[in-house]
Design a binder for this molecule. Sequence first.
Ligand code: SF4
Ligand code: SF4
Length: 364
Amino acid sequence: MKEAILYKIEKNRVICTACARYCKLLPNQIGFCGVRINKDNKLYLANYGLFCSANLDPIEKKPFFHFYIGSIALSFGTFGCNWACKYCCNYDISQRRKVEGFEFLPNEIVEIVEKYRKLYNISSICFTYNEPTIYAEFIYDVAKIAKKEKIKIIFITNGYLSDESIDFFSKFANAITIDFKGNGNNEFARNYISIPSYETVFNTLEEFSKKKIHLEITDLIIPRVGDNLEDCRKLCKKIYDLMGEKSIIHFLRFFPTYKMLDFPSTPLETLEKHSEIAFEEGINFVYIGNVLGHKLENTYCPQCKKIVVKRYGFRVEEVNLKGNKCVYCNYKLPIKGKSQISQIDYPIVIKEIEHKDYKVVKFG
Ligand code: SF4
Ligand code: SF4
């Protein structure tokens, strides 16, 4: 448990400013996410340094397809979330309202990267699996140490950030994936996510884009309720207006899970129609995810149309780039960092987690 940074006091109430819910908390009240608590009119981060999983993941799994291509991200996830998505495939951790986990200090996380760097090409530390904004202060503490070691800080978010949180993360985040679902439709947001609208997520996208942080967008396409093609066009237009030539979108196949077991998987045809619309709206880098072996796992040069990065699932099999330029026609692509063939194409659980204390936080 550590005192948070992202909060303010107004009219004797603690107001958490880590996300756009702005929970107003009386003493001993816990926020919607289940990990931030008012103790004696101070806000505490109850899950500081407590994690449920720690893996070496291919960076393509996040997904990042234009950032240190083929590298490995040491990835951590904790418990809790500021959303309550009915389609959450990590619901066991995101919806758990018990603060617990294996304890890692910020310096230990950086030391693990240093240790594994002798074996693996690790570019970054990634906060993922559940929503990272709810434990922003821990990530900041890791980032301060990681920067000295030239390790990148990346995270995957639902984008429901407060203005304060956007400013906070902008100081140290190197790359961010923002996850849309259901084409950013507001009715979908109300019925399946538990937020009033997607406005905040678009604001987050705009602000991070202005700050020139590397961004990739995903969009989970859910049949019947989150696959409207006009919504897809509106979403792609907005992304292109904000990010222009740097726009990158991954359309992800949904599989039945959690409270949406009675929905089918996304048909391939639906995903392909989405990708056609994205291309029509000017987005050059359009991917289809969760469909192993699909041609839109590859990166194509927008100018000569040849494959510049060939992938199979999370594995990078071929890189036809010189720096960030196409080797065939010299076109400059929006790609950051060194690109290479993958060393791994599946997650590896790091053995350090087995030696960690498992703590359960008691609030009484
Ligand atoms: S991070 Fe948690 S406590 Fe803070 S506003 Fe969001 S849901 Fe509420
Ligand atoms: S935002 Fe992500 S982790 Fe949180 S409930 Fe939704 S899908 Fe799950």
